[in-house]
Design a protein around this ligand. Structure first.
Ligand code: PEP
Length: 248
């Protein structure tokens, strides 16, 4: 039985005031059996960890550097994220792949760094619109999954969460239909089954791409969708809470 996870991704948005807002609302929220996490900008991690102490909210980061320390001005290591309260970290988000040129090797290095320090990596994968139109969705998405999973040991694979995020649906207001999302999730789960049947059964697959309160239920009730990675709607506490309440 996979427990749903709803993870918010604030990207480079939000404020300390918004952290407090979420803490107040979630301290009193009634939630189904669901895990909830917020990927806040790194400078807010410690404040979020403290503010969310009496809430069901866990804290996560949006990226990490693969090295433990060194001359990497501006970067943050996994240990620093752990010390600041993070439990999760996004890896391979399409904005990191596209804007910061992180290729599959860079994504794998970051997944490994996360696992080494005890962070749960949320590995983001997804096809562009051109790739979908060229009917290459499965090849692209499974290729991104295998670039990481082929290189991991079995006991490392079970510690990863995968988020399927079609790039054309991120921040566009254009959501994949439940059928489109389910089909890709099922293909990922089938591919994981080639590593190990238990891995395929247990590993959580999130959907991301313009998820909002109005479309969350139909996505989250698909058999292979185990939660959501929510960008824009995670900046509005009432919308995000409504999405969490649709899960589980
Ligand atoms: C994201 O950034 O991972 C995301 C899914 O964004 P949005 O919900 O705004 O499409």
């Amino acid at each position: 039985m996979r427990t749903a996870l709803i993870a918010g991704n604030w990207k480079m948005n939000g404020s300390l005031a918004l952290v407090e807002d979420f803490a107040r609302t979630f301290a009193e929220a009634r939630l189904p059996a669901v895990e909830v996490a917020l990927m806040v900008p790194a400078p807010y991690l410690d404040a979020a960890r403290r503010a969310f102490d009496d809430t069901p909210l866990a804290v996560g980061a949006q990226t990490l550097h693969p090295e433990a320390k060194g001359a990497f001005t501006g970067e943050v290591s996994g240990d620093m994220l752990i010390e600041s309260g993070a439990r999760y970290v996004l890896v391979g988000h399409s904005e990191r792949r596209n804007l910061f040129h992180e290729d599959d090797a860079a994504v794998l290095a970051r997944v490994r760094a996360a696992l080494t320090v005890g962070l749960t990596p949320i590995l983001c994968v997804g096809e562009s619109l051109e790739e979908r139109e060229a009917e290459r969705t499965e090849a692209v998405v499974l290729g991104q999954v295998m670039a990481v999973f082929d290189a991991l040991e079995p006991d490392e694979r079970v510690r990863v969460i995968i988020a399927y995020e079609p790039v054309w649906a991120i921040g566009t207001g254009r959501t994949a239909t439940p059928e489109q999302a389910q089909a890709v999730h099922a293909a990922i789960r089938a591919r994981l089954g080639e590593y190990d049947a238990t891995l395929a059964e247990d590993l959580r697959l999130l959907y991301g791409g313009s998820m909002k309160a109005a479309n969350a239920t139909e996505l989250l009730t698909q058999p292979d969708i185990d939660g959501g990675l929510v960008g824009g709607a995670s900046l509005q506490v009432d919308d995000f809470l409504a999405i969490c309440q649709s899960a589980g």
